[in-house]
Design a protein around this ligand. Structure first.
Ligand SMILES: Cc1cc2nc3c(=O)[nH]c(=O)nc-3n(C[C@H](O)[C@H](O)[C@H](O)COP(=O)(O)OP(=O)(O)OC[C@H]3O[C@@H](n4cnc5c(N)ncnc54)[C@H](O)[C@@H]3O)c2cc1C
Length: 348
């Protein structure tokens, strides 16, 4: 059994090397995790004894800590610090949203996910507390019952999987691709396009809205993390490490294992990553997951005059309407850039 699954989710007490090493494929890792969980749930650790109080307000980074600016007032409001807030989010999610998770989790305009990543990564709520809460809701069922609950538990296991990968293959934490042959990809040096991506000026509304969400809130919806990462690494053919770095410097839930795993998955350089020929088309993703353009208009208010059909592709608006909308033309042709990416991967 995986060492990390042993440490974080499933207590096995056995060395993973007994099982031939570390898992590389998520489905096998998940299967083992669930099989172990069936035999007994790891208990939640006892609350540690109280430490002597420090003379530091709990929701403020000490001003004297070098390299750590205190978060803005707006960020503090969005992500209140502390265990009570994490508990509140976990309770609210398991009471109100978990059953609809599998149908709602891909819609960026809907608050259908738990928003617990920040709290999990800060250590104020544990993966075991999340697992116990989901199972309590699902009457102890790991495989059946609420499909929302089982899907959510599967996402918790993705988190464990990437930690397991980081531990088993530490090269991924040293800016190296999991799949060494992908180091030969001809990444483009395109600083203007990289800046357009970072600043939400690519002319592709879903990508731009997502990047604005990231920079303003410190968080980005999971579907959009995949869309923006694929757009950067496939359509722009820019090295995934640029994106990984940018995300890490803006995400409030930034986590080395999950961020690296997500980037290498999207760039098809990682373990069990998306096959290179399965490129998301950001326009179809936009039409499918934000059909009315609600999310797009929230982050790109200049698109407000456009209807549900044209908002996904403002450059296609006919007549004088586009001239009235202050929005850039796409920086890249989606079809041609797709071909360029496919050919780069084929030539490896
Ligand atoms: C390019 C890219 C970068 C990412 N960077 C990070 C990161 O720095 N930190 C981070 O925590 N997650 C990262 N993720 C995973 C995922 O996007 C976030 O965990 C999720 O959006 C957090 O929102 P939530 O708490 O509402 O998640 P929920 O949907 O409620 O899921 C519950 C928890 O499961 C875990 N989880 C869910 N999806 C994933 C996943 N795909 N991989 C790993 N764990 C997952 C998270 O801990 C999350 O809090 C990244 C994904 C991609 C594609």
């Amino acid at each position: 059994m995986a060492q990390l699954a042993g440490r974080h989710l499933v207590r096995t007490g056995r060395d993973p090397h007994e099982f031939g090493g570390y898992f590389k494929v998520f489905s096998q890792f998940k299967k083992q995790c669930l099989a172990r969980l069936e035999h007994g749930l790891p208990s939640i650790h006892h609350r540690p004894s109280k430490q002597a109080a420090l003379d530091v307000p709990s929701d403020e980074a000490p001003a004297t800590l070098k390299g750590f600016d205190a978060p803005s007032e707006a960020l503090r409001k969005l992500w209140p610090a502390g265990e009570a807030e994490a508990r509140k989010r976990l309770d609210h999610f398991t009471d109100a949203n978990i059953d609809d998770y599998d149908t709602e989790r891909d819609l960026p305009a809907h608050p259908g996910t738990s928003t617990l990543s920040t709290y999990l990564n800060a250590g104020v709520v544990s993966i075991r507390q999340c697992l116990h809460a989901a199972l309590r809701h699902n009457r102890g069922e790991l495989y059946s019952g609420s499909s929302g609950a089982t899907t959510w538990m599967s996402e918790l296991i993705w988190r464990e999987f990437y930690r397991h990968i980081l531990e088993g293959f530490p090269r991924v934490s040293m800016h190296r691709a999991f799949r060494p042959e992908t180091e030969a990809l001809p990444w483009r040096d395109a600083p203007d396009e990289l800046a357009a991506w970072q600043e939400g000026r690519t002319g592709i509304p879903l990508v731009d809205a997502a990047m604005k969400q990231l920079v303003e809130t410190g968080w980005m919806h999971n579907r959009l993390r995949m869309v923006t990462a694929m757009f950067l690494t496939k359509n722009l053919l820019i090295d995934w490490r640029e994106g990984e770095r940018f995300f890490m410097s803006h995400l409030i839930d930034g986590d080395l294992a999950a961020n690296n795993g997500g980037w290498q998955w999207s760039a098809s350089t990682g373990t069990d990553s998306v096959p290179y020929f399965r490129l998301f088309n950001p326009l179809s993703q936009s039409q499918r997951f934000d059909p009315q353009g609600v999310f797009l208009k929230q982050w790109l208010p200049q698109l407000e005059p456009l209807c549900a059909k044209t908002v996904h592709e403002p450059a296609k608006v006919s007549g004088g309407l586009f001239a009235q909308v202050d929005y850039p033309k796409p920086i890249v042709d989606l079809k041609r850039s797709r071909e360029r990416a496919l050919s780069a991967f084929r030539n490896l």
